[in-house]
Design a protein around this ligand. Structure first.
Ligand SMILES: Nc1ncnc2c1ncn2[C@@H]1O[C@H](COP(=O)(O)OP(=O)(O)OP(=O)(O)O)[C@@H](O)[C@H]1O
Ligand SMILES: [Mg+2]
Length: 242
């Protein structure tokens, strides 16, 4: 079943068009990777899905219901949760209070404090610490855990791996696989394409607000990805973006 559908959405910042008649579909339980360079429109795309921003044109459907005009908290209630770029934790609050803050709009489901601590044992040990003193990887786990506390059926993740060490990135992506095993659909936005493509069932690459490449990750060649990512061929001696 199509869980999320965007139909020819556009978005603008003043005169700048950030998304150009973009359409996409994500099925229930799928992991969609959205890759693209700086400024390609990835975060803007997420903002249209989470409701932070309304599209100027086009519609957003969730479980075949038109949610284009719903506010962010109404979308959380429907099952959409965002892990924002930069995490946006409450630094002076404890880990546990940050997690609880994600449960203010709570749907029925398997995620609660115990389930989040089981998913991320390394934050369980730090539950009473202020979020600000945690490492970047621990903070990212708290941000994911906070989003899970609303029991989403669609989890949106913006640059989960940005600035983190490879070993932590592996742990976080392993956790994402467990989250989809519970039936949750994931939309993973990344500049770091290696992890995102390895995890995803399907990938789209954005360039200047358009989908310029899409397909199952194992069908996309390095060269096609690099061309789509940068908008030009880097030549035979160059490496694809990673
Ligand atoms: N608040 C804003 N005001 C003005 N322009 C913006 C704003 N947010 C984004 N833009 C512009 O819209 C375009 C798309 O930005 P967006 O943040 O969606 O890209 P992105 O793919 O998430 O980039 P990054 O990888 O750097 O996070 C860019 O040209 C960006 O400069
Ligand atoms: Mg972004």
């Amino acid at each position: 079943m199509t869980h999320l559908r965007l139909d020819r959405v556009t978005a603008y910042y003043g005169h700048l068009q950030a998304l150009q008649e973009l359409s996409l579909e994500v099925d229930q339980g799928e992991i969609l990777a959205v890759i693209g360079a700086n400024g390609a429109g990835k975060s803007t795309l997420l903002s249209l899905i989470s409701g932070e921003q309304a599209p100027r044109e086009g519609r957003v459907f969730f479980d075949d219901i038109d949610i284009t005009s719903l506010a962010p908290h109404q979308r959380v209630r429907k099952g959409i949760a965002l892990v924002p770029e930069g995490r946006h934790l409450f630094g002076t609050l404890s880990v546990e209070d940050n997690l609880r803050s994600g449960a203010s709009t709570r749907r029925r489901g398997t995620w609660d404090l115990d389930a989040v601590y089981e998913l991320f044992p390394f934050i369980a040990a730090r539950r009473k610490h202020r979020a600000a003193v945690l490492s970047g990887g621990e903070q990212q786990a708290v941000a994911i855990g906070r989003a899970l506390m609303s029991n989403p059926s669609l989890l949106l993740l913006d640059e989960v791996s940005l600035g983190l060490a490879p070993v932590i990135i592996r742990d976080l992506y392993a956790a994402l696989q467990r989250i989809t095993a519970e039936g949750t659909t994931l939309l993973v936005v990344e500049q770091n394409i290696t992890e995102a493509l390895a995890a995803a069932n399907y990938a789209i690459c954005l360039l200047e607000g358009r989908v310029v490449l899409e397909g199952k990750p194992d069908t996309l060649s390095q060269r096609a990805i690099s061309q789509a990512y940068f908008g030009h061929d880097l030549g035979p001696s160059s490496k694809a973006a990673s």
